[in-house]
Design a protein around this ligand. Structure first.
Ligand code: HAM
Length: 420
């Protein structure tokens, strides 16, 4: 038997319901905030991710799915959605559009060669937004509140936004120097990954999963003390707007994020749900004002976030009380060919009227059809029999009260619609 590749899984049954539900809520909320749908390729030229996500990040150095295609091109399965959206913005010259900022939402599968565990997969789905072309702190607040609202809409309300600022280039460079100086005498006591990060990307040491509880990191200088005046004022504005919008936030100076393109605001939405561990970060994002310029577009400020659909599915399963199994409204029962043809037409007419219904296609007997109707949770049964059909009537049985009513075949649709 051929089995699925490690770190992937099939979405069906209950999980498929959650998956579709999450995407439907996301689409509705994103459109309310006036974001437009964008779809970019699942694979891109490898250099796009090297130049955006960053050579020294875990994602690019250890986790990408890279291959040569038959034309000897270097291709990478996208590990995230931001780089593709920015590439598309530049390539399609959307900066020339009079309608700015451009606000996009997307949904799709991403690929990272990670160690699979609960809520962490090699193929996973993200929903996300990118607002391209506004440097206003209002835009940061809109994007963060959209993420927050999205989770609230799904009934996930014990969520905290952890927020930090990496400042502009000057603030970040000053902080980098201070951090290197502080860490120098301690570096031998940190994990081997941190030793490498010390040379390549020292800020990443701050959110190391191995050393996160060590006194060394707890006592490290805070980036917020190194923000220059402009960066600090900007961060204060974002915080003020979030307060006005009633978003539950916590300032978290250790959040630096695992992708290189960020500056100024960075944030993570963390759900207070048991057993999720590191997977409790359900959404994350930030501002990335240099990325469009770095990819040879005109300097353009951007902010966005992405949320892990697979993690949201786990949470919805934990918090959902009602049974979300596949239920139908009506089951139409037919035994012989005459009844089957009537049933076939009736279920079609009912479906046109938005009634979810089912009939037998496995040649089941009467008893087995009753059982199947129960399994499907049908509210009403339509019992067809040839004798009744001659007289132009059909029997409708209420599966809760067990009451039966004879209904004229010309009135059957109206009867069912008004009794649902
Ligand atoms: P990220 O933090 O790498 O950011 O991923 C965003 C979210 O995707 C995470 O918070 C998590 O919920 C989910 N996620 C990440 N990796 C996995 C995985 N292996 N399995 C399941 N879920 C996962 C980004 O991707 C940025 N592009 C976000 C962004 C958009 N920043 C600005 N705009």
């Amino acid at each position: 038997m051929i089995t699925r590749p490690k770190g992937t899984y099939d979405i069906y049954g209950k999980e498929a319901k959650y998956y579709n539900y999450i995407n439907a809520v996301f689409q509705r909320v994103a459109e309310l905030y006036n974001y437009e749908y964008i779809r970019t390729p699942i694979f891109e030229d490898s250099s796009l991710f090297h130049r955006s996500v960053g050579e020294t990040t875990d994602i690019v150095s250890k986790e990408t799915y890279d291959f040569k295609d038959r034309g000897d091109r270097d291709i990478t399965l996208r590990p995230e959605g931001t780089a593709g959206v920015v590439r598309s913005y530049i390539e399609n010259k959307m900066y020339g559009d009079v309608n700015q900022p451009k606000k996009f939402y997307y949904s799709g599968t991403m690929y990272r060669y990670e160690r699979p565990q609960a809520g962490r997969y090699r193929e996973f789905s993200q929903i996300g937004v990118e607002a391209i072309g506004s440097d206003s702190p209002l835009m940061d607040a809109e994007v963060i509140s959209l993420a927050y609202r999205l989770l609230e809409e799904m009934g996930i309300d014990n969520v905290t936004v952890k927020i930090n600022s990496l400042g502009d280039n000057e603030s970040r460079n000053n902080y980098r120097e201070a951090l290197i100086k502080y860490l120098e005498p301690h570096i031998d006591n940190l994990c081997s990954d941190c030793k490498n990060r010390y040379k390549s990307n020292p800020l990443r040491i701050l959110d190391c999963k191995v050393d996160k509880d060590s006194e060394i990191l707890k006592n490290a200088p805070s980036i917020l003390d190194y923000l220059n005046k402009e960066s600090k004022e900007r961060f204060d504005k974002v915080i003020e707007y979030l307060t006005q919008l009633d978003v539950d936030y916590e300032i978290a100076p250790n959040i630096v994020r695992g992708l290189d393109y960020y500056n100024h605001t960075v944030f993570e939405l963390v759900a207070d749900i048991e057993d999720l561990g590191n997977a409790s970060t359900v959404a994350a994002g930030g501002r990335y004002n240099n990325l469009v310029g770095n990819l040879e577009g005109p300097e353009t400020p951007c902010v966005g976030f992405a949320s892990g659909v697979d993690r949201l599915m786990i949470i919805l399963d934990k918090i959902t009380k009602e049974n979300i199994d596949n239920k139908v409204d009506v089951y139409v029962m037919a035994i012989n060919e005459e009844e089957r043809i009537t049933a076939l037409k009736l279920v079609q007419d009912l479906r046109w009227c938005e009634i979810k219904c089912e009939m037998d296609t496995l040649d089941r007997g009467m008893k087995a059809q009753f059982k199947q109707a129960d399994r499907l949770g049908a509210r009403l049964l339509v019992l067809l029999n040839s004798e009744d059909l001659q007289k132009g009537i059909m029997t409708v049985k209420d599966n809760l009260t067990h009451e039966e009513v004879k209904v004229d075949e010309n009135e059957i649709i109206d009867y069912i619609v008004s009794n649902m």
